[in-house]
Design a protein around this ligand. Structure first.
Ligand SMILES: [Zn+2]
Length: 244
């Protein structure tokens, strides 16, 4: 496993920022959101990760369903030695090998979406390593992405050009576009995974959402948002999802 590490700048910009969530709904969401808060901050060294682990009592490496609801991931394209994975109809991984370690991609590993496109992994310890330094790992695989806001331009793979929404990563061609996006991600036609139903959905002005420590979490439906906000239910609902 690579010990190539996130620089402190990367960790800072990935760590959950800002003050405490306020109010009942926020507390419910906070409990629900811990798994990807950990995923975001999971260096094993950061304070945020340690707090998250204590709060949730969940293993950051806990497997999640690999595919979206209703689609079984399968190998598609690439070489026999390093096949890519189709994670949902027509959406194939942008990588053909695991970014941190270079091994063959595993069908049971959930992808991390970068600019809406899936990045696959070999096994559970690797996604947290990817989150620590996605820029250098994407560059090592010679992966280039269009900007999440202006696809006619190329995204700059640097921490200061990166945003996180739900547990997904977005890169932009300029910090100005990143700022525009951060102000209202739902205005840019992005597709996200609902944290409870695992359904992929296009985010709109009407998408149910909640704020967690300054970050916005979007849901596919009022039903999953309600489950997430209900004290106790969000966590158990998510656990059931994780155990599937
Ligand atoms: Zn790996």
């Amino acid at each position: 496993m690579s010990s190539r590490n996130a620089s402190s700048r990367s960790r800072e910009s990935l760590a959950v920022r800002g003050g405490r969530a306020r109010g009942r709904a926020a507390r419910g969401i906070r409990a629900l959101a811990v798994p990807w808060v950990m995923a975001v901050a999971v260096s094993g060294h950061s304070t945020a990760a340690a707090e998250g682990a204590g709060e949730a009592g969940l293993d950051p490496g806990l497997p999640r369903p690999a595919g979206v609801a209703g689609f079984e991931p399968r190998y598609a394209g690439g070489t026999a030695e390093f096949p890519r994975i189709e994670f949902e109809a027509g959406l194939v991984s942008i990588n053909d090998r695991c970014p941190p370690c270079g091994r063959k991609l595993g069908l049971k590993m959930p992808p991390i979406h970068v600019n809406g496109r899936p990045v696959g992994f070999c096994c559970a310890p690797c996604p947290p390593q990817f989150r620590e330094s996605p820029e250098s790992q994407l560059e090592a695989l010679d992966i280039h992405l269009p900007c999440a806001v202006d696809p006619s331009t190329e995204a700059v793979l640097r921490p200061d050009h990166r945003s996180i929404v739900n547990d997904e990563i977005f890169f932009f061609s300029s910090t100005a576009l990143k700022a525009e996006f951060d102000a209202a991600p739902h205005r840019f036609g992005i597709v996200l995974t609902d944290p409870l139903s695992r359904e992929r959905f296009r985010v709109t002005d009407a998408s149910p959402r909640a704020t967690l420590d300054g970050r916005t979490v979007y849901f596919a439906s009022a039903e999953t948002a309600r489950r997430a906000e209900a004290p106790g239910e969000g966590q158990s609902g998510l656990s059931a999802d994780l155990d599937r």
